[in-house]
Write a protein that binds this ligand. Sequence first.
Ligand SMILES: Cc1ncc(COP(=O)(O)O)c(C=O)c1O
Length: 455
Amino acid sequence: MTDLKSIPTSKEDLDRYEVENIFHSWSYQPSQAPLRVVSAKGIRFVTEDGRERLDFSSCFASHNIGHQDQRVVDAIVAQAKTLCGFAPNFSTKPRATLAKMLAEVTPGDLSRCFITLGGTEANEAAIKIAHQYTGKRKIVGRYRSYHGATAVPMTLSRGDARNWAQVEGGTDWLSVPQPYCYRCMFGQKYPDCEMRCVKYVDEVMELEGGADKIAGIIFEPITGANGILIPPPEYFPMLRAVCDKYGALMIADEVMSGFGRTGKWFAIDHWNVVPDIMTMAKGTTCGYLPLGVTIARKHIGDKFKEQFFSHGATYAGHALCCAAAVRVLQIYEEDNLIENSAKMGKYLLEKATELKDKHPCVGDVRGLGLFVGIELVKNKKTREPIMPVAAKIRPGLNPKLEVAKRLGELGMMAMAANPGNTINLAPPFIVTKDEIDEGIGIMDKALEVADKYAV
Ligand SMILES: Cc1ncc(COP(=O)(O)O)c(C=O)c1O
């Protein structure tokens, strides 16, 4: 064994370790190391080759407040000097404070939370709570969703090719379409459709055992990785009514859409609907440290005063991560960042929409807040998708990866490796109009790569 104090760390050594010693997420294992990031500030990051690039993905919609905000670094350092972490059966000040802050910012009486280390764990906890609270086994998932990489969220990530390798289980599940008006699975047009997609959920829930069997439905209020899908105004109020009819819990996965990404604290706030359970991660700590949250309404939380709460984790409510989250939440407020997401989001959508007329490959542009999707097509008229669903996991089918490569060469990162046909733009909330112009200028050039696939 090499002496651990003298592990060689030249550029070549590090590149070799990347290639030989790391599983890289959701990909064929590369023969070349990815670019190494050495620093980041605000909305830009610098790689080892000295190049600076724009981060228009906020590192998968997590770094909402921007990179290396000294206020968060100071809060982490202060907490680390006092107490990094402790066994979760004891209280710590950051954990208790964060729990109260989350109860304040989330809608309605969402108030009791379980604090984990990431989004998938938050969804695991949500599903367990739904099963334990209702005593029922079936969870409805929606096609074109992503809820995380561990077993149950992956099982419920319906219609995302990453799900195909999953040995499904941990819950009884069934699938329904989501309101994807650009490609309605019922072949309908809004508003003539009279919300066929919600009526279908009602029918499916009834046929699958209704109040006896359905524990809940999990959904991204605005679907992220699978294409910035924004439901019509009626959708969530109607879904709320269907869930109430069958005593099924509404589980809102706000891991990507939460904390101001769509211009309100949470995406579901655009519909004024209170879900029974909400999950979050990413923007809770903005990537400064890992953290995820599952929060439940009061009556659900209170039931576990009489019923054993059968879930836990050694690092549940980790003090250091909670201290980072406390400071991040204050910064959203202090700097009016959520208002800025709404304001700059309008500008970003306007500028991105201009790309639709310029590029044969752009079929649709949609967004809310700083969460804007550019949907690529082979044919604008027929709306034929630029690639099949399997493109995410099979080589050679994915023109979006060529766009991603071109973006990198031109000096920007966006969310182009996500499944589906959409490239998502999700810059940090501190972005300015000039930076949006710069990003859209780069995007304009990069899309030329995809234009050659379009007719
Ligand atoms: C909506 C949604 N839910 C859950 C997850 C999983 O979160 P994590 O990667 O932190 O486990 C993600 C990740 O992108 C997500 O977008």
